[in-house]
Design a protein around this ligand. Structure first.
Ligand SMILES: O=C(O)CCC(=O)C(=O)O
Ligand SMILES: [Fe+2]
Length: 131
């Protein structure tokens, strides 16, 4: 289990559209403040790309025209949002926020996670050996 504490004092700090690495499940709990999230399921992955701003109407029109559905929610203090593995998400913090994000790998995807981790470790091991 990994926990990350985030304290952003800048206005509208955002995470552009992305999927979380290593097939993790994510639960983000708002402690202070509010954020808006827009999500796209993994099925219409052809309709989106990494780093997009799903809060820009030109981009959302394009994504919708390609047949993807965009889900939107506001996460206020005391709320939690669950982001399933491989789901695209774009988050905007509305002013000052404090949130706790919990990332976990479920048993169903553990072998995929292990494979990717072993790959990473092997890559750095070879790099060290060759340096
Ligand atoms: O800014 C946020 O609350 C979202 C963070 C996020 O998606 C991530 O850390 O992977
Ligand atoms: Fe994320």
């Amino acid at each position: 289990m990994t926990q990350q504490f985030r304290d952003s004092s800048l206005r509208h700090v955002s995470s552009p559209l992305h999927t979380d690495s290593f097939f993790v499940n994510s639960v983000l709990t708002m402690i202070v403040g509010e954020e808006k999230a827009r999500l796209v399921s993994p099925s219409p992955t052809f309709a989106v790309s990494n780093g997009q701003d799903l809060f820009n109407s030109e981009i959302t029109n394009d994504v919708l025209e390609r047949g993807a559905e965009i889900f939107e929610g506001t996460i206020s203090a005391g709320d939690a949002i669950y982001i399933p593995p491989r789901w695209w998400h774009n988050v905007i913090n509305c002013g000052f926020t404090i949130a706790v994000q919990n990332l976990h790998v479920d048993t169903h995807r553990f072998s995929l996670f292990e494979q990717q981790m072993r790959g990473r470790v092997m890559y750095f091991k070879l790099k060290l050996q060759n340096s």
